[in-house]
Design a protein around this ligand. Structure first.
Ligand code: C2E
Ligand code: CA
Ligand code: CA
Length: 763
């Protein structure tokens, strides 16, 4: 169908429809009139012929009824056809000719009053035609013209004065009828055209609205094989509006969604309840899938039949917005990995699935080693960069079915679905650890990423997400506590360890109030004079049940718990008080205290130190603060604090030098008084050439820069001699003395330490 003949066809459709509508009723009416003629006029002419005529008219009527019957059985689309117009017209003309023939066959020549009756009956038929034929101005005129021609010809042929009078009268009467019929016909045609235009306009409006709202609708009367689609829906599906079947539509739906769509339609038909279904559809192979939301309603048509009406909305845009929101809620912005809540949800699902399928799964809890140092020394931006690189490296190690999330900070968790008890899990853990063979470059630093991994498996270690996660966390923690950069499977012993850990935390909370801490002191020996020149204060915890707890077992916990600043203040005050006492006893030692990095740079720290320094009437050289190398990387802040303290005569020492990420070149930028060489290097002296070179370089450079130097962890005579020969002024270590109580320091203060006579002291 081309657009050009679209409009006439549609008008024609309406015309034919209206014409057929009145057909059966008017045909029946005309048969009644014919019967009256046969019965009333028949006896006045030829009864036999009258019945024959009636029979013929009945045949014509049957023809018309049949055409009507077949026409109404048609579906909408095929009703627009010239064939149906011609079929109707031929029926109408045959009826007109049959009626006209009655003038020639049945005219009651000898009965003027019946002649009038006959003319009146024919005029009635012509008038009645007005009601049913005037939807087409041509048919009504032709119909009446045929009748008129037969009447006029017969009357004029009679050539009687009365028949001529009747002919003139009929001419006038039919003239009016035809004129009226023509006019009514034109009016109807106008109306039909107007209705067509309005419908067309409304449809265009509707289609534009549909297009804007990305909606469409379809209607199916359930008897016909075809569904009628709205213009926009037909456009969306790239199909014809009226010649589509349910199957063609369903074929365009995503195979996975088809069953749901069918079920929704069936449920709407059966229950009469509105049903809603969401599905993916595409017009043609190769197009993108579009997500549709469809509401199906069972309605009643004007004819009282059931039909289905479906409204369809393209919700792809809404869906993609939902996805964005979902991403924001479920993914970690920095690394793009799943976040904690997503992880929990996924783990729950995976456990359920494993339960159903009787399979096992494993989770790997990963915590990066040394991340805090990287953050402290290189800054947060570099820290973030490091996390991003690690994230993508970890992700690349996994299969598609596995899942990785960042739980926060430097903690990651991997879910391995469908594993063979442990074997896959340890393989993956090994692959994660092997990442340390590569380097990650940050600024100019080459970092080998290290991590501690705890593994828990379902169902052995728990059948709930929470217990499983806790088990993996516990296993990870035990790795952190012991070796680091390795992995461990969870075992129940770890839980008792972690219970002990929790107990320790609870006890630590109360340790300060209960006055359970003590300071012990370790002498610093001047190698040149053999005298104790100072002492490092080292904290000890006298636990009421566990006895003495060394600082390695609680300092990092206190840092994590946020208790370290309070503990640090206690150390500061206790050491200052001790210094005041010793000075009163004429014991002159420089006391060094250890301060945690967070505490050192915290608000009000310098003021607090100055305050205690003054309260206990200390003098320059009485107090030294040891901080670790990692704090020296925030240069401005660090230098400011150092300068402020040094201005009051408080000295600053760098502890554990050589273990952090700073290089030797940092040495000259430091605002410090003392440098303490880490005992890792001293341990390898004097036989390890690299350590020997390192220590001698650090010592020489430091001395050249004017710093005091202390070698930590001196345990043997060879080490002490090596250091003395190197010119290292101060040493500290078990070879001379372990950390000892205040009373013992007071005994040692006059001791003359000699390298070759110290063996007895080491115990
Ligand atoms: P650190 O500051 O490096 O202290 C030196 C540690 O080395 C002490 O361990 C000491 O006993 C040990 N040590 C000394 N000579 C030798 C030796 O010859 N061989 C060996 N193997 N070890 C030796 P300690 O007292 O257990 O303290 C451990 C760490 O705990 C300290 O390391 C320090 O970082 C921290 N710490 C101790 N007391 C405090 C404190 O009051 N506040 C803070 N924030 N940290 C403290
Ligand atoms: Ca120290
Ligand atoms: Ca140290």
């Amino acid at each position: 169908m081309t657009p050009a003949d679209h409009k006439p066809s549609s008008i024609q459709l309406m015309q034919i429809e209206l014409l057929f509508k009145g057909l059966s009723f008017s045909t029946a009416g005309s048969l009644v009139v014919a019967l009256a003629i046969v019965l009333i006029i028949g006896p006045r002419t030829d009864q036999q012929l009258a019945w024959e005529w009636f029979g013929f008219l009945s045949l014509v009527s049957i023809y018309r009824w049949l055409s009507h019957y077949f026409y109404s059985g048609l579906i909408l689309g095929s009703r627009v056809s010239h064939k149906w117009g011609r079929l109707f017209n031929s029926g109408a003309y045959m009826a007109a000719i049959t009626w006209g023939a009655s003038m020639w066959l049945l005219y009651p020549v000898h009965y003027p009053e019946y002649q009038v009756l006959m003319i009146l009956a024919l005029a009635g038929v012509a008038g009645g035609a007005l009601a049913v034929l005037s939807y087409d101005s041509k048919i009504i005129i032709y119909y009446q013209a045929i009748l008129l021609a037969c009447i006029e010809s017969r009357l004029l042929w009679e050539n009687q004065p009365f028949s001529i009078e009747l002919a003139v009268l009929s001419l006038f009467y039919f003239g009016f009828l035809m004129k009226g019929g023509h006019e009514i016909g034109r009016n109807y045609e106008e109306l039909i055209k107007l209705r067509y235009d309005t419908e067309k306009h409304n449809l265009a409006l509707l289609s534009t609205t549909e297009e804007i709202a990305r909606i469409g609708y379809w209607q199916w009367d359930m008897l016909s094989p075809f569904i009628k689609l709205s213009i926009n829906l037909a456009r969306m599906c790239k199909t014809d509006q009226s010649q589509v079947t349910m199957k063609t539509c369903l074929d365009k739906v995503h195979p996975d969604d088809r069953r749901r769509v069918k079920m929704a339609i069936e449920s709407a038909i059966e229950t009469g309840q509105d049903t809603t279904v969401e599905y993916r559809i595409r017009a043609e192979q190769g197009d993108d899938w579009v997500i549709m939301n469809q509401i199906i309603k069972r309605i009643e048509t004007t004819e009282g039949e059931h039909a289905l009406l479906g409204t369809v909305q393209d919700i792809s845009i809404i869906k993609s917005a939902e996805k964005k929101i979902f991403d924001m809620a479920y993914f970690d912005e920095l690394t793009g990995l799943a976040n904690r809540s997503h992880f929990h949800q996924h783990l729950d699902e995976q456990i359920k699935q494993a339960k159903r399928q009787d399979k096992s799964l494993a989770i790997l809890y990963i915590d990066l080693d040394g991340f805090k140092e990287i953050n402290d020394t290189l800054g947060h931006d570099r820290g973030d960069e490091y996390l991003k690189v690690i994230s993508s490296q970890l992700k690349n190690l996994l299969r598609d079915v596995d899942f990785i999330a960042r739980l926060g900070g430097d903690e990651f968790c991997i879910i391995l679905s469908e594993i063979n008890r442990g074997i896959d899990a340890s393989m993956v853990a090994d692959r994660c650890l092997a990442l340390s063979q590569q380097t990650i470059e940050l600024d100019t630093q080459q970092i080998h990423p290290k991590m501690s991994i705890g593994i828990a498996t379902y169902p052995e270690d728990g059948d709930q997400a929470n217990t499983l996660l806790k088990a993996a966390d516990t296993a990870m923690y035990s790795v952190k506590q012991s070796s680091k950069h390795t992995y461990a499977f969870y075992n129940p012993q770890m839980t008792s360890d972690s219970i002990a850990r929790l107990q320790l935390e609870a006890d630590l909370q109360k340790a300060l109030e209960n006055d359970e801490f003590e300071l012990w002191y370790q002498p610093k020996i001047h190698l040149g004079t053999g005298r104790m020149s100072g002492a490092e204060a080292l904290i000890r915890w006298q636990h009421p049940q566990r006895g003495m707890v060394p600082p390695d077992q609680f300092i990092s916990t206190a840092e994590r718990m946020g208790l370290i600043n309070k503990i640090g203040e206690w150390v500061l005050i206790t050491a200052c008080k001790q210094q005041q006492k010793w000075k009163q006893q004429n014991i002159h030692l420089s006391i060094a205290i250890n301060i945690a990095s967070g505490h050192f740079s915290s608000q009000g720290f310098t003021e607090k130190v100055e305050q205690e320094f003054k309260r206990f009437e200390l003098a320059p050289g009485d107090l030294e603060i040891e901080i670790t190398e990692s704090q020296t990387r925030n240069p401005e802040e660090h230098i400011n604090i150092c300068r402020q303290l040094q201005a009051k005569g408080i000295q600053i020492a760098i502890d554990d030098f050589g273990t952090g990420y700073s290089s030797l070149s940092v040495l000259k930028q430091l605002e410090i008084d003392t440098l303490k060489v880490d005992r890792e290097f001293i341990r390898e002296l004097p036989h390890e050439p690299a350590a020997a070179l390192m220590v001698s370089t650090i010592v020489n450079m430091s001395l050249a820069l004017g710093y005091n130097v202390v070698a930590e962890g001196v345990e043997t005579r060879e080490q002490a001699e090596f250091l003395r020969d190197l010119g290292c002024p101060l040493v500290q270590g078990y070879y001379f003395s372990k950390p000892v109580t205040v009373a013992r320091i007071e005994e040692l203060v006059d001791t003359h330490f000699q390298i070759d006579q110290q063996d007895a002291l080491v115990s």
